[in-house]
Design a protein around this ligand. Structure first.
Ligand code: SF4
Ligand code: SF4
Length: 441
């Protein structure tokens, strides 16, 4: 082997950990740096080790045994938003999303953690997110907090300052929308007009409480577009937050349950209105690739998954909408634009609403800082991203900011209140619903 063929790095050690980043994925990075400008944390911090290239370099060092994972490694990987903006810029096809998920899974399995932190994670991911009872209980607490005026009091009195970080992120707490959407799970909603499709709808986990009206709007828009909508009873949380946090075994258990629930009916499509969920649902085949019973079923499942914007653009919108006369902009959800490569469908849907003036948002596909639970864990960076995002939103003059993910909508609502001009923040499908409701059949 000549000098020019000498590998840049020693070979990846085999079987470091079953979940560890794959050598073949790491080797795709040619360290060109073209992704740096697309990376929100690099733009914020200006630190190479907090860029995609820097993070991949650190993963490589760990994978080749040149570096032992330690606090610095954990911190740089932890600061990643997993927004996958780097994937869109990469000329080499590096599957960064898969790399960061694998690195986090390895960290989760090997990093020593205090007992209390482990218990808390286990409760949040293993109980709260997957139990309808616990989500209803949490929703009821939020509802009481708001309806008894405690939220108003806490905000106006300055009391929140006494609660440290909890006080700093209070503005991100979404509202509890009663009645919760849980009551609709298990039901079937008939198509309006001639039936064109039969679809299953994934209602989400927390979204049943925080986005109950969005879920209702989604069902209505599907019905209006000739779809019979079934909401399978046995569905559960999609596992996206688990995957992003390195808890792959928990995610696999949830994936198996969803695959069984959604394949039990003969559906033309499995529809979600949450880009973060959709991105994970579309990767169930990778998640379950070593499961002899579910690998094939997961591939079948993945073929049917559609984001609501993708699905509506695919079947073609029925045009009977009333005019809205609004100026609207659109913030790409990372897991729709970068994760699922869907950019045009939501824009086309918005432009098809009579009376809507669409204004493109500068840097629309740069993360708003929401990123699952990132805005809670790293509130300082998330807040800085949000502040800059709202300045760009303001520059469009739009009255309505639309997006395609529940988490982004919550973050942008907080941004519009704090840093923006109190613009309305809606999911694309909510605006479609408003237009359809102007022209009842
Ligand atoms: S991830 Fe892609 S764009 Fe970034 S340094 Fe590696 S090869 Fe270049
Ligand atoms: S996923 Fe986002 S934050 Fe993480 S390295 Fe890529 S661009 Fe940066």
């Amino acid at each position: 082997m000549g000098a020019s063929e000498t590998p840049l790095f020693p070979p990846v050690l085999p079987h470091r950990h079953p979940e560890a980043p794959r050598g073949a994925d790491l080797d795709k990075c040619i360290h060109c740096g073209l992704c740096l400008n697309n990376c929100p944390t690099y733009r914020e911090l200006g630190v190479e080790m907090d860029s995609p290239r820097g993070r991949i370099y650190q993963m490589l060092q760990v994978a080749t045994g040149q570096m032992e994972p330690g606090p610095s490694y954990y911190q740089h990987l932890d600061l990643c938003l997993a927004c996958r903006g780097c994937e869109s810029a990469c000329p080499s096809g590096v599957p960064y999303g898969r790399l960061i998920e694998a690195a986090r899974a390895e960290i989760e399995a090997t990093r020593p953690q205090p007992w209390a932190a482990r218990r808390l994670r286990s409760f949040v991911f293993g109980t709260l997110l997957v139990s309808r009872g616990w989500i209803k209980f949490a929703g009821a607490l939020i509802y009481l907090y708001e309806s008894l005026g405690l939220r108003k009091l806490a905000r106006s009195s300055g009391l929140l300052r006494l609660f440290g970080k909890l006080g700093r992120i209070e503005h991100l707490a979404p509202s509890a929308e009663v009645p919760f959407f849980f009551g609709q799970i298990g039901k079937t909603f008939p198509a309006q007009g001639e039936q064109r499709r039969r679809v299953a709808f994934l209602a989400g986990c927390l979204a049943n409480v925080t986005s109950a009206r969005l879920n209702e709007a989604t069902v209505r828009v599907l019905q209006r577009n000739g779809c019979e909508v079934v909401i399978p009873e046995d569905q559960t949380c999609c596992g996206a937050l688990h995957v992003h946090s390195g808890l792959k075994d928990m995610a696999r258990a949830l994936a198996r349950r969803n695959v069984a629930a959604f394949l039990s009916g003969d559906f033309d499509a499995i529809v979600t209105n949450a880009a973060g969920c959709g991105s994970t649902l579309k990767e169930y085949d990778e998640l379950l690739e070593h499961d002899p019973e579910f690998a094939g079923k997961a591939s079948e499942f993945v073929k049917k998954v559609r984001d609501i914007t993708e699905f509506l653009a695919e079947i073609g919108l029925r045009p009977e909408m009333g005019p809205l006369n609004l100026t609207v902009t659109y913030q790409d959800s990372c897991h729709l634009a970068h994760g699922q490569k869907i950019r045009q469908a939501p824009r086309d849907l918005l432009k098809s609403i009579p009376g809507v003036t669409f204004r493109e948002l500068p840097l629309a596909d740069l993360c708003c800082g929401s990123a699952g639970i990132y805005n809670i864990v790293h509130d300082d960076i998330a807040d800085s991203l949000l502040r800059k995002k709202m300045a760009l939103v303001d520059s469009t003059g739009a009255q309505v900011v639309t997006t395609a993910n529940v988490g982004c909508a919550i973050q942008l609502k907080a941004g519009a209140e704090r840093y923006g001009r109190r613009q309305r923040v809606l999911h694309v499908v909510e605006l479609l619903d408003e237009a359809y409701r102007q022209r009842p059949l």
